[in-house]
Design a protein around this ligand. Structure first.
Ligand SMILES: NCCCC[C@H](NC(=O)CCCN)C(=O)O
Length: 442
């Protein structure tokens, strides 16, 4: 057997290596050919940043882009600013394989596209165009469905969780997306997160004339913040808690009768997150007891789960990326550092997927003004399109090599089983510690 026709490991089928190579080249050619349009699309999203669930302009731009290229588009797909664009190759005897590329396009308050979600959208659009172009140029070994799923509200809310609940991922085999960062890495740990809004209710009074008549809700907020800071000393190094005061009172001479804080609690597993939630709740309640305030804890409706790694998909992505000149970081500090949280974590509990990180030509850090600038720079384009090519080429590997798909599914089942064993029994505990639920105002 020549190098152009390799038998797959289990011997079930042959991979036509020269056809696969030809398809990968076609991916690159199509993406290069579309580079001007792709850049314009991501610039348009970048110039008009929109917050979670309000991404109307981005939704319009993306759905129009796909409609004009003869994709089957479902606008407002379960959510006002979600969409689904689909293309399916010719029917064949073998069962259909469904791959999906996920777009994000929400921005951050006050900072614009400081997390580069305009580039996430561009990567997935480019990868989908490249893959379709490649598959249209050959007879793929089986029928392929490509879906581009527009998933709103990653920075706040969790549009992917809404879409999971609506069944959007049910018929997918493998999902792909990539996130801008400072390095190329096939996997960086994204951890589970729980959002909680803490409300303290006190009693207003003249702060000079009869302060003893008041109940100070700002004192409760400050104590809560400090209780959490003290807790932080004894927390696991991989846990994170951070918060802001959203309402701190209105005037120095009025004892604040109402304050509100928002905290993110994070841990590498849902089991740890439940433990952290219990400890944080105790901090919030203690501040109420000390000040005589009433407290209300309002949990957001969607926790994000940790992202499950898939080593087979990661390896395939690395091999393609290296061919394209990516230099994957080998720095353990980067590889083991926590990179935040994403609702893609929940997706990895539904279907195998990959969420690699990519360099965009800048040392700037996410969630800063400098990163906003970098995400809109011309320089980011080369890296963004290279990432798209690597994702589409990885999808081609999955399509052409049935053993790879088996191995991806095996990895996924093993990871999921491990997680489910670890997390068993936490459901009730977590529910109890977010017992602020029942706050009618949230
Ligand atoms: N409900 C809290 C959501 C926070 C999401 C946000 N995501 C990102 O920054 C994307 C980067 C993922 N590594 C976060 O603060 O982590």
């Amino acid at each position: 057997m020549g190098p152009d026709r390799e038998q797959s490991a289990a011997g079930r089928g042959r991979i036509d290596m020269s056809l696969l190579k030809q398809c990968k080249q076609r991916v690159s050619d199509v993406i290069e050919h579309e580079s001007g349009q792709l850049h314009a699309l991501s610039q348009d999203i970048w110039k008009a940043p929109e917050l979670a669930y309000q991404e109307h302009a981005a939704h319009h731009l993306l759905t129009s882009f796909f409609s004009s290229r003869a994709w089957e588009v479902q606008a407002h797909y379960h959510l006002d600013t979600a969409f689904r664009a689909q293309w399916t190759s010719e029917p064949s005897d073998s069962p259909r394989l469904h791959v999906a590329f996920l777009c994000e396009y929400d921005a951050l308050p006050g900072l614009g596209h400081a997390c580069g979600h305009n580039l996430i959208a561009e990567v997935s659009v480019a990868a989908a165009l490249g893959l379709r172009g490649a598959l249209e140029s050959v007879h793929p070994p089986r029928q392929i469905q490509i879906t581009v799923l527009g998933t709103p509200a990653e920075e706040d809310g969790g549009g992917k969780v809404d879409l999971i609940k609506a069944g959007a991922f049910e018929d997918m085999d493998v999902v792909f997306m990539a996130h801008p960062a400072q390095d190329d890495a096939a996997y960086l740990p994204d951890i589970a997160v729980h959002d909680v809004t803490v409300k303290y209710y006190g009693k207003a009074s003249h702060a000079a004339a009869y302060p003893w008549e008041g109940i100070n809700a700002l004192d409760a907020a400050i104590l809560a913040y400090n209780n959490i800071s003290v807790l932080r000393q004894q927390m696991q190094p991989s846990w994170r808690v951070h918060g802001v005061i959203k309402h701190g009172g209105v005037k120095p001479n009025i004892i604040p009768s109402y304050t509100e804080l928002e905290f993110y609690l994070r841990a590498p597993s849902r089991k740890d997150l439940a433990e952290l939630q219990e400890k944080a709740s105790a901090c919030f309640s203690a501040a109420a007891t000390a000040t005589g305030c009433k407290v209300e804890l309002c949990s957001s409706s969607h926790d994000y789960y940790n992202v499950l790694p898939n080593k087979t998909l990661a390896q395939a992505y690395i091999e393609n990326g290296k061919q394209l000149g990516m230099q994957f970081t080998t720095n353990d500090q980067v590889l083991n550092a926590l990179s935040g949280s994403t609702d893609f974590g929940n997706v990895t509990f539904e279907v195998p997927g990959i969420h690699p990180y990519f360099f965009i030509g800048s040392e700037a850090l996410n969630h800063t003004e400098e990163y906003t600038k970098a995400a809109g720079s011309d320089e980011a384009q080369y890296y963004t399109l290279r990432t798209a090519k690597s994702l589409a080429m990885t999808a081609l590997d999955v399509i052409f090599n049935p053993d790879l798909l088996q191995s991806i599914r095996h990895d996924w089942k093993m990871m999921k089983q491990m997680e489910e064993e670890m997390n068993s029994g936490i459901a009730n505990k977590a529910r109890e510690s977010s017992s602020g639920a029942g706050c009618a105002s949230c």
